[in-house]
Design a protein around this ligand. Structure first.
Ligand SMILES: Cc1cc2nc3c(=O)[nH]c(=O)nc-3n(C[C@H](O)[C@H](O)[C@H](O)COP(=O)(O)O)c2cc1C
Length: 386
């Protein structure tokens, strides 16, 4: 689908006045309330369409120096990224940069386009501010996303950091080969790549987290990265449903390899943390507020195992400045979020930035990197919690 050409003119013709209108609190809450009344997938498509047309608020201030950080050599103007799954087809990463995200992860993208699971497949759990999804990697495939990213890289001499999250087609005969294809396809347009082996909605995918399978996957993917003409950092995204033995095995393999970082975590198949409410028994991956404690504990447990050097992007249930700070204290060098934006809107981004900035001042550290890993043991032992 091509974006309506009116999108470009709305932004340029109405310029600042439209921007301030869109930034008014009334418009923001009206927009959020209307989206929450729609079918969740239609609401998502509407949001993507609005971003493509440029009918969205744009950040007018410059991020504080205190928010700057560096991860695998990537200079982030702030440590807050849009998590994978929002921009599955690499259509709106530039717009997300304009809104104020420090980075954006597009995908998951599989070699060939696929429809994903039958609808409905996306469910809100409003009381718990959670989401259950069983989308099943609906996406337009490598080629479509690659062309968009290539065009963006040409058109924008901007500092947007864009990660590409790669996956395997549902009917693929060799999942590992699909990841290798992903590295080959996106190495020259991605700022980093994410090997996603943790989505619960593709049968057999999470088995790649087991020792022998992961060993082969890392070997082949990283060998392909070496063959690529440009160096691109590679991250591995894991599930929060791993036990301590599985964490040990993954940590061992990761430390033996040239992998650059981890993303912890994807959605959970567990339902322990939610009360019965509408949609709570739907199949799929649970994300949002109830995922926070579990994913943050796993992050800290992995941090204990891999030491302080390797970057970890912390994701799962961030819904406030306090939870963003806690994620970094538990060992995350940068963070991502998705579900909470559905309930709180893009304003949450500003709230988190302000909270991080204040915490940097309060704790008298130089910048956000000083907040990383200050309470790993507490979180790893299960004593953390917000
Ligand atoms: C609707 C939806 C689709 C998602 N799709 C993907 C995906 O394609 N690939 C992926 O790695 N993670 C995907 N995720 C997981 C998120 O990237 C993130 O890891 C998870 O939602 C936890 O963060 P949150 O609680 O802030 O949403 C998806 C999440 C949601 C809610």
């Amino acid at each position: 689908m091509k974006p309506p050409s009116i999108g470009v003119s709305i932004g340029s013709v109405l310029g600042k006045s439209l921007g301030s209108f869109l930034r008014s609190d009334k418009v923001k809450s009206m927009t959020r309330d209307s989206l929450l009344k729609m079918d969740p997938e239609i609401a998502h498509q509407t949001t993507i369409a609005a971003l493509r047309m440029g009918v969205t608020p744009v950040q007018t201030s410059v991020d504080s120096e205190k928010l700057k950080t560096n991860i695998c050599g990537l200079e982030l103007r702030n440590p807050i990224g849009m998590a994978a799954g929002f921009d599955k087809n690499a259509q709106v990463s530039a717009a997300l940069g304009q809104i104020g995200f420090g980075f954006c992860e597009v995908g998951t993208i599989t070699p060939y386009s696929q429809e994903g699971n039958e609808k409905p497949r996306l469910f809100r759990l409003t009381q718990s501010q959670a989401i259950i999804n069983r989308m099943g990697f609906n996406n337009e495939g490598h080629e479509a996303a690659y062309q968009r990213l290539k065009k963006q890289a040409k058109n924008h001499s901007n500092s947007n950091i864009v990660g590409v999250n790669i996956g395997a087609n549902k009917d693929s005969e060799d999942f590992v080969a699909d990841y290798v294809k992903g590295v080959k396809r996106f190495a020259d347009v991605a700022d980093y790549l994410t090997i996603n082996i943790s989505s619960p909605n593709t049968k057999g995918l999470r088995d790649l987290q087991s020792y022998e399978a992961l060993k082969r996957l890392l070997n082949e993917v990283l060998a392909e990265r070496t063959r690529a003409k440009i160096f691109v950092p590679v991250f591995l995204k894991v599930a929060p449903d791993l036990d301590e033995k599985e964490l040990d095995e993954i940590a061992k393999l990761v430390l033996q390899s040239d992998l650059d970082g981890l993303i912890i975590s994807n959605t959970t198949i567990s339902r322990n943390m939610i009360e019965a409410e509408e949609n709570s028994s739907e199949m799929g991956g649970l994300s949002g507020k109830p995922l926070f404690n579990l994913s943050t504990m796993r992050l800290a447990q992995m941090r204990q195992r891999i030491g302080s050097e390797m970057p970890i992007i912390g994701v799962g249930g961030i819904h406030s400045a306090k939870s963003a700070i806690a994620k970094m204290n538990a060992g995350a060098n940068a963070i991502q979020l998705y579900s909470a934006l559905v309930y709180q809107g893009m304003e949450l981004l500003d709230e988190i930035k302000l909270g991080l900035e204040k915490e940097v001042t309060r704790t008298k550290v130089d910048n956000v990197s000083g907040l990383v890993g200050t309470s790993v043991d507490e979180w790893a032992s299960g004593k953390g919690g917000i």
